[in-house]
Design a protein around this ligand. Sequence first.
Ligand SMILES: Nc1ncnc2c1ncn2[C@@H]1O[C@H](COP(=O)(O)OP(=O)(O)OP(=O)(O)O)[C@@H](O)[C@H]1O
Length: 478
Amino acid sequence: MKAKTVLIADDDSAIRTVVSQALSRAGYAVRSTGTAAGLWRWVTEGAGDVIVTDVVLPDENAFDVLPRIKKMRPSLPVIVMSAKNTIMTAIAAAERGAYDYLPKPFDLTALVSMVGRAAQHEVRPVTPPNAPAENLPIIGRSPIMQEIYRVIARLTQTDLTVMIEGESGTGKELVARAVHDYGKRRRGPFVAINMAAIPRELIESELFGHEKGAFTGATSRMAGRFEQAESGTLFLDEIGDMPFEAQTRLLRVLQQGEYTTVGGTQPIKTNVRIIAATHRNLRRMIDQGQFREDLFFRLNVVPIRLPPLRERSDDIPDLVRHFLAQAEREGLPRKIIPAPSVERLQAHRWPGNVRELENLIRRIAALHPEETVSPETIDRELVSAASSSASSEPGDDTGGLSGYLENHLARQFASFGDGLPPPGLYHRVLANVEPPVIRAALAATKGNQIKAAELLGVNRNTLRTKIRAYGIQVVRGL
Ligand SMILES: Nc1ncnc2c1ncn2[C@@H]1O[C@H](COP(=O)(O)OP(=O)(O)OP(=O)(O)O)[C@@H](O)[C@H]1O
């Protein structure tokens, strides 16, 4: 069989040489050039089966040549190499119809196997390019984030369902938004719903809407999130907190592509892209019978695992710069965090991940008098953040449980924009707070309800009623 030909374009002759050698060794015929004009000439002559090109060429940017190549030879796969490793480069490459994107420096074996895949590949149709933006939606150039950008970039060209897993504050919602904002549905709405923030009995009506009179308090028809997200993206946050019955209903909707409102009879067709997110281990929940396996497989079409910040401390300098600039734009005083101080931040474990770092930088910008932030200041801030969040959830750095709740509620209200959350907020908050307190008391007293009631300081009957109401499992003697 005739060897496939790879066309290489890079103005750096050393890169041309190593790439040519590696591909020749792998059995390809290779032609290389230092200019966009040289590459374009070969393309017009019909030469080559795969292109490997740098973005910046001396006579023209490869992103400008790419649309012409795709127009003339739509099935010719183009791999773009770039030293500018931001999410926008990955997205720009995907938008202009590149087969794939390879951040520099790269591993030659990875390049050869990518060329191998490209050579076998049927190329996707191209979508029109977007205006380039340098206001990056996601910060970080670590290898792990590069891989995530490549997945996001590929996803923008598809309508596949995505499951984002990651600890709280790792940027799951940010990634979901990027998939939407740069994807085919960007002109449609992005609607987010947080399963953990809605009482169980209201989840179905929130998702699918309800008719007037469907239940007590349903005084008018209400559109659900599926309806609001029509032709756009529905972001199902904290999917692990979805009650089992609602999971069953969601599964049916995803299978059938239609739903009925609560109290309604007419099936309504739906056209939304689903992106789900969770900080919980859904596989373990499946084993424990708390999450439907079939729903998991429906949602987990493209899994994205967002690593905790401690696994990508290389990104911290960029994130710090980004949050300092953001604080300055918000009117806070300008601060400089020199390298030794940044190193202190890189050594921290960040249980609250990027959100915790963002809050810390904002606090430093607001409260510290000196312009240059010393390593000692960073140490003090990290110690005080750790002690104030010791009794609360990771990522909360504003003081204890009530601080966490305040933050949480502020985010909740913000997610409803100009509107208000559904009625029943007080009970909803209690319904989120009571079960973990009761579970903790039961665990500490080995399931002894008399002792647990005493520990909690509530009447035994009250405890029993609540255990029943929340469906809490009491395991004795563990
Ligand atoms: N890579 C990043 N670049 C810039 N900002 C980031 C990045 N990751 C997270 N953030 C910021 O950190 C905060 C938390 O991000 P986000 O809400 O997306 O996290 P999450 O994983 O969805 O959290 P939770 O599970 O608690 O809802 C946001 O203010 C977001 O803008």
